[in-house]
Design a protein around this ligand. Structure first.
Ligand SMILES: *[C@@H]1O[C@H](CO)[C@@H](O)[C@H](O)[C@H]1NC(C)=O
Ligand SMILES: *[C@@H]1O[C@H](CO)[C@@H](O)[C@H](O)[C@H]1NC(C)=O
Ligand SMILES: *[C@@H]1O[C@H](CO)[C@@H](O)[C@H](O)[C@H]1NC(C)=O
Ligand SMILES: *[C@@H]1O[C@H](CO)[C@@H](O)[C@H](O)[C@H]1NC(C)=O
Length: 437
């Protein structure tokens, strides 16, 4: 073969490589500290199911798991005796809805971890784990891996077994998870996010799970407490991150998670971030009122007030699908919405205000009034359509019956196509419209 021919072949191959990468919507497009956030059941997720359920059905199924999530969030906030509870020890919680690609170890081993803004710690299934799926982290091939023993402060934070009098032992702990549970040992290794490396990241190395709801490739906590990504990355991200969640309809596309102050929107409206010392992980905000259309609905202030002792107030959460208000708030919002749409209403899954889609032009926008910031939800963030497309439903609900909730939760359907910026140093949450489909 002559040189020219071989050169042509190489060129063709290179063109093929670049075009296939460019055309692959699932190719990793990470840039600096900006990561793709993939919907867990989306097409680019290793967990997407092969059956062709419509996104509407997927959403309804996902929303049906919200009660477990609400129960988790609510039981946590009511624990008055606990002064520091960074870990959801012994509590059930629901799987998150977005995953990111992370690499652990040296060289980096790829895992698709669930992101959770209401949890602090990270955990990953480890080699030899009983009951885990095939993809596990292999400590034995990582040169930066280290185990942590019972004497380190992080061991207390995960409620690990205290050291015995005879000396130190590995830090082992158990955790419950939405009716499932796992046992793990606390370890550390390099965590790689896009091009950033966080050395000596403490996380749970899962040795055994029972039950099916532990995230298959682990979880990365984005909360505010001591073991979270923000705390462990220290100066690297300066306590700042933001995300933009894509529309549930745009199944293929991922949102973005931007870590650190660089590249964040400059002129963004903000509302104070409130701190609950009993529940340091949660992102509480000050919701002061709700309007439906031009009507500010009457809500007794006690249902909106932040109280760190009872845990009442409003949190922004990435793991709940539809916004849940305590029942008295939901009822007045729903009644005003129904009044303005008129017509007759039916129920679908968690949604009790569904109406014939042709009435949609009458649907009033819902405005959330936060201290210093009004957020008028675009219609796609307040309505969902049935899979047949004939019905539209108000995509919010009351806290489930079995949950004695004092908490209002702003969920991910209501956050679509918005950039939500968390600044834990200056205690602010910023919100701006951004199309990230
Ligand atoms: C690491 O463990 C795996 C699974 O037991 C094994 O296949 C592999 O050979 C080990 N690698 C090293 C370098 O020990
Ligand atoms: C975890 O649970 C198992 C089984 O109940 C128990 O044997 C073990 O001692 C527990 N470990 C810790 C660290 O609590
Ligand atoms: C990580 O931990 C190892 C072992 O404890 C230590 O030798 C190393 O200095 C630490 N690296 C960093 C960057 O903290
Ligand atoms: C919430 O905002 C209202 C109205 O600005 C204010 O009166 C109240 O003190 C705020 N609550 C907290 C906990 O900051």
């Amino acid at each position: 073969m002559d040189v020219k021919f071989i050169t042509t072949l190489i060129l063709l191959y290179l063109i093929y490589l670049t075009t296939t990468t460019a055309l692959d919507p699932c190719a990793s497009q990470t840039d600096g500290s900006d990561l793709n956030m993939i919907p867990i059941y989306g097409k680019c997720s290793p967990f997407s199911s092969p059956n062709t359920d419509s996104w509407a059905n997927t959403l309804i199924n996902m929303a049906s798991k919200d009660p477990a999530r609400l129960k988790y969030l609510s039981t946590l906030v009511g624990q008055k005796t606990v002064t520091s509870a960074p870990i959801a020890s012994g509590q059930a919680f629901n799987i998150g809805n977005y995953i990111v690609r992370v690499k652990i170890g040296t060289p980096g081993q790829l895992l698709f971890m669930v992101l959770d803004t209401s949890t602090d710690e990270a955990f990953a299934p480890c080699l030899g784990c009983q009951g885990c799926a095939a993809t596990t982290f292999l400590p034995n091939v990582s040169s930066s891996y280290g185990s942590l023993d019972c004497s380190v402060p992080q061991c207390g934070q995960v409620h690990g077994l205290p050291c015995l009098a005879e000396g130190t032992s590995p830090c082992s702990f158990n955790q419950s998870y939405a009716g499932s549970s796992f046992s793990a040992t606390l370890v550390q290794d390099s965590l790689r996010l896009a091009t950033d490396v966080i050395p000596n990241y403490s996380f749970g190395c899962v040795n055994a799970i029972s039950g099916g709801s532990v995230p298959a490739q682990g979880l990365l906590g984005l909360g505010r407490g001591p073991l979270s990504l923000l705390s462990q990355s220290g100066a690297l991200y300066s306590g700042v991150f933001s995300y933009c969640l894509p529309s549930f309809k745009s199944y293929y596309f991922s949102g973005s998670l931007k870590l650190g102050p660089v590249g964040q929107p400059k002129n963004i409206r903000t509302t104070p971030l409130l701190r609950n010392p009993h529940r340091p992980s949660l992102y509480y905000v000050n919701l002061t009122g709700i309007s439906v259309g031009h009507v500010l609905v009457p809500i007794p202030t006690e249902y909106l007030a932040f109280d760190s002792t009872t845990g009442s107030g409003t949190v922004i959460d990435s793991g709940t699908v539809i916004t849940r208000f305590v029942e008295p708030i939901y009822n007045v919002v729903r009644d005003e919405f129904r009044k303005q749409v008129s017509g007759s209403f039916s129920s679908l899954g968690a949604f009790d205000t569904c109406f014939v889609k042709s009435y949609e032009t009458l649907a009033p926008p819902v405005t959330l009034h936060f201290q210093g910031l009004d957020l008028t939800l675009p219609l796609e963030n307040s309505l969902i359509h049935s899979s047949s497309g004939s019905l539209a439903c108000l995509a919010m609900a009351a806290a489930p019956n079995n949950v004695n909730s004092v908490l209002n939760v702003i969920a991910n359907l209501q956050q679509q196509n918005l950039r939500i910026l968390f600044d834990t140093v200056n205690n602010k949450v910023g919100i701006a419209r951004e199309l990230c489909n």
